[in-house]
Design a protein around this ligand. Structure first.
Ligand code: TRP
Length: 474
C-alpha cells in the first residue's frame, strides 16, 4: 500500500508545507498583540518555553504516528491501535475537528481575500470606515469571494502532495518571508516605531497569571497545528529515511520566528499611528484588529507616502496574511481529503468534490450567522451569552477539542502504541535520538505532565465556556 502513497519530494518540501500550515493569521496579528498586552518579553519567553517543552514532544508524537502508519489520522489510530474501537473514536475526532476548523478558517480567509481585492482596487479609504466591516460581512459579495477562495484551495489540493501542496508551499512560504521582511523594514522607519518595539520586547513579569499562561499555551498549541491531525497526515507523506526530530524542530522554530518577527511589523505600525496607545486597550480579537483597526492605520500612512503608497503597503499586508491563511487552509482540508481517499478508496478529485460540498454548506451557514439570518445569528446560548453558529463552531472545535485531541495523542502514543515504538520510529532518520536526553524527556513528559496539563485545560475550558464556572481560577 505505502509504496503507492504519494510522498513529498524532499525534507525541505515537508518542512515548508508543515510550517505553511502552522504559520497563519494568528501568527501575524494575534500573537504580537497578545504578547504586548500580556507582559511583552515575559510572554515571549513563556511562549518559547511552552513551544520547546510542551508542544514539541506532542508534535513529534503526531508526526511519528503518521509516518509509521502511512495513513490518514483515522487509519493511523486504527492500524497502530489494532482496530481498538475506543481509539478509532479518537481517530474520528482527529478528522472531524479539522473538518470543522476548516469551516471557521475559511470564513476568515474569505474576508481577507475580500480586503485584499478591495485594496487592489484602490478602496483602502472605504475599508478604513468604522462601519465598513459590519456591512461587508453581511453583503452578498462575500459569496463571490468565497467561490474564489474555494477554487484556489481546490486547485492546490487537486495537484496532490508533490505538485499541489509542496509546490504551493515552496512558492508561498518564501514569498511570505520576503513580504514580511519588507514590511518590517518599512515600518521600523516610521516615527515612534521604537515605542511599539519596547512594549513588545521589554518584559513585564507582573502581568503573568494563570489565565495568561493558559492563553499562551493555547496559542502555541493552535499555532503549531497540533491536535488537528495535520502533522499526522503530512508526516504520512514523508519517507522512512527522513529525520522527524530535526524537521519538527525546524517547523516549531519557523512558526515561532514568523510570529515574533510579525510583532516587529504590527506594534511599530500601531505606535507610530498613535504613540499614546494603551496596549491594554488593544482588541484581543485578531478579527477586529485586522479588519477594523489596521485598515485605519494603513490609511494613515498616506500622510507619509500618499494614497497610492499607503494602498501598496496595505496590499502587501493583506497578501501576506492571505498567503499565510491559504497554506493553513490547504493543510486542514487535506486531512479529511486524505481520510476519504484512504478509507473509501476514492480519487482525490471525488473526495475534494464531496468535501467542498460539505464544508461549503457549513461555511455558508457560518457566513450568514453575522446578521443575515436571525436563527443562525442567535443560534444558541451558553455561559450566559448568546452565540451565533460561527461562535459555536469556533468555541467547540478550536477552543475546546484541540487540547482534547492533543491529550488523546499523548495517551495513545504512550500507553497504547507504547514508548518503545515511538522511540524506534523517531530514531529512524535521526540515529542520535536513541539514548539521548531528548528521548528521555519526550517519553517522560508525554507520559506524565503534558497529558495532565492538556486535560486540565480541556476541563477548565468546558467549565468556563459552557457552564460559566471558574474551576481553577483562570
Ligand atoms: N497558526 C495558524 C494561525 O495562526 C493556526 C493554524 C495552524 C491553523 N494550523 C492551522 C489554522 C490549520 C487553520 C488551519 O492562524
Amino acid at each position: 500500500m505505502s509504496e503507492n502513497r504519494e510522498h513529498f519530494s524532499s525534507r525541505l518540501g515537508f518542512i515548508l508545507a508543515a510550517a505553511g500550515s502552522a504559520v497563519g493569521i494568528g501568527n501575524l496579528v494575534g500573537f504580537p498583540v497578545s504578547a504586548t498586552k500580556n507582559g511583552g518579553g515575559a510572554f515571549l519567553l513563556v511562549y518559547a518555553l511552552f513551544v520547546a517543552f510542551i508542544c514539541l514532544p506532542v508534535m513529534m508524537a503526531e508526526m511519528a504516528m503518521g509516518r509509521k502508519a502511512q495513513k490518514d489520522p483515522l487509519g493511523s489510530y486504527k492500524i497502530l491501535g489494532n482496530n481498538d474501537t475506543k481509539w478509532k473514536l479518537a481517530g474520528f475526532l482527529a478528522v472531524f475537528t479539522p473538518f470543522m476548523i476548516a469551516v471557521f478558517y475559511m470564513v476568515i480567509t474569505v474576508w481577507i481575500f475580500g480586503y485584499l481585492t478591495q485594496t487592489a482596487l484602490g478602496n483602502l479609504d472605504s475599508l478604513a470606515n468604522p462601519g465598513h466591516f459590519g456591512l461587508f460581512i453581511n453583503s452578498y459579495t462575500v459569496f463571490a469571494y468565497m467561490a474564489a477562495v474555494v477554487l484556489v484551495v481546490n486547485l492546490i489540493l487537486l495537484g496532490g502532495v508533490k505538485q499541489g501542496i509542496e509546490k504551493a508551499a515552496k512558492f508561498l512560504m518564501p514569498a511570505l518571508f520576503v513580504m514580511l521582511i519588507v514590511l518590517v523594514g518599512y515600518v521600523l522607519t516610521l516615527d515612534n516605531a521604537m515605542a511599539g518595539v519596547k512594549y513588545y520586547i521589554i518584559p513585564d513579569f507582573s502581568k503573568m497569571n494563570a489565565s495568561v499562561l493558559n492563553g499562551a499555551l493555547a496559542q502555541a498549541f493552535f499555532s503549531l497545528s497540533l491536535g488537528m491531525g495535520i502533522l499526522m497526515t503530512y508526516a504520512s507523506y514523508i519517507s522512512k529515511k527522513d529525520d522527524i526530530v530535526g524537521s519538527a524542530k525546524m517547523v516549531a522554530i519557523t512558526d515561532s520566528l514568523v510570529a515574533f518577527v510579525a510583532g516587529l511589523m504590527v506594534l511599530p505600525a500601531i505606535f507610530s499611528f498613535d504613540p499614546n496607545t494603551d496596549p491594554a486597550a488593544l482588541s484581543d480579537s485578531s478579527v477586529s484588529m485586522i479588519f477594523v483597526y489596521l485598515p485605519k492605520i494603513l490609511l494613515a500612512l498616506q500622510h507619509d507616502i500618499g494614497y497610492f503608497g499607503a494602498s501598496a503597503v496595505a496590499f502587501l499586508f493583506f497578501l501576506l496574511v492571505f498567503f499565510a491563511a491559504i497554506t493553513s487552509l490547504v493543510s486542514i482540508v487535506e486531512v479529511p481529503t486524505a481520510t476519504l481517499s484512504d478509507r473509501k478508496g476514492i480519487s482525490r478529485k471525488k473526495a475534494l468534490g464531496i468535501l467542498t460540498l460539505a464544508t461549503g454548506v457549513l461555511t455558508v451557514l457560518c457566513t450568514m450567522s453575522f446578521g443575515m439570518v436571525d436563527s443562525l445569528t442567535s443560534f444558541t446560548g451558553y455561559g450566559g451569552q448568546s452565540k451565533s453558529f460561527f461562535d459555536v463552531v469556533y468555541d467547540v472545535f478550536y477552543d475546546t477539542i484541540l487540547p482534547f485531541n492533543g491529550l488523546m495523542v499523548c495517551l495513545f502514543v504512550m500507553y497504547r502504541w507504547k514508548k518503545a515504538n515511538l522511540s524506534k520510529e523517531l530514531s529512524i532518520g535521526s540515529p542520535n535520538y536513541a539514548g539521548s536526553f531528548m528521548e528521555k524527556y519526550v517519553n517522560f513528559s508525554l507520559s506524565t505532565f503534558i497529558p495532565i496539563i492538556l486535560a486540565t485545560i480541556f476541563i477548565n475550558t468546558v467549565a468556563t465556556k459552557f457552564f460559566g464556572l471558574k474551576l481553577f481560577g483562570f
